[in-house]
Write a protein that binds this ligand. Structure first.
Ligand code: SAM
Length: 198
């Protein structure tokens, strides 16, 4: 049925439907795009398109939004439609303001607290569109929070940990999204959700 929704409705109709049903947005923020090597950029694009597939499995693909997306990213992207309004050049803050969203959860390995069901009442979850093969981008996710806070958006930084540590948690964007979706839609606890995606 979810798939049929996406086929029968135009992108605008589908988006209106999602908003009516109060589905949250899942946003991949590409503000750090230029810090990546060509190889890392390919991985970011691959993980973004896998995230779209993951969302289709759990909710609907069109609840995924990629912000700060430039032509280079679009060229590298395979397996994700470019014409449905998911891939936008706007900043995350602009998108959120347009939708009237003033509070978000940012998935951040340096978050203040572990992610829990208390965080699930927001209208948008943000993931960093970041791949860090050389260990040169430590702390960059938290910079996304700073840039949103400057725009007046309240950001709850939440981490996913396994027995109290981020070590042992996969850091691929699509897997972090899948852990979140297992907790959110299947009511799994964090450890179960992590083990399920490993
Ligand atoms: N080097 C980056 C840093 O220190 O912020 C990590 C980037 S990680 C490869 C890509 C994205 O996956 C992050 O921006 C974040 O949204 C998410 N992520 C990865 N591991 C996470 C964790 N343990 N908890 C919460 N989010 C995580």
């Amino acid at each position: 049925l979810k798939d049929r929704f996406e086929i029968i409705l135009t992108p605008e109709e589908l988006r209106a439907k999602l908003e009516e049903q109060n589905y949250p947005y899942f946003i991949i923020d590409l503000m750090h795009w230029e810090k990546h090597t060509p190889r890392e950029k390919k991985k970011v694009a691959f993980q973004a398109s896998r995230s779209y597939g993951t969302l289709r499995d759990y909710l609907v693909g069109d609840s995924l939004i990629v912000t700060w997306a430039n032509e280079e990213f679009k060229k590298l992207l395979k397996g994700m439609p470019l014409d449905r309004g998911n891939i936008i050049e706007k900043s995350t803050a602009e998108f959120l303001k347009e939708k009237g969203i003033s509070e978000v959860v940012l998935l951040d390995p340096n978050g203040d607290k572990d992610l829990s069901s208390e965080d699930f009442n927001v209208k948008a979850f943000i993931l960093g569109g970041i791949v860090d093969m050389g260990g040169t981008k430590r702390g960059t996710t938290s910079q996304i929070a700073e840039s949103l806070e400057k725009e007046g958006i309240k950001v709850k930084k939440r981490k996913i940990t396994l027995r109290g540590d981020v070590i042992g948690v996969p850091d691929r964007i699509n897997l972090i999204l899948e852990i979140l979706l297992k907790m959110l839609t299947e009511d799994k606890d964090m450890e179960r959700a992590i083990l399920d995606v490993q």
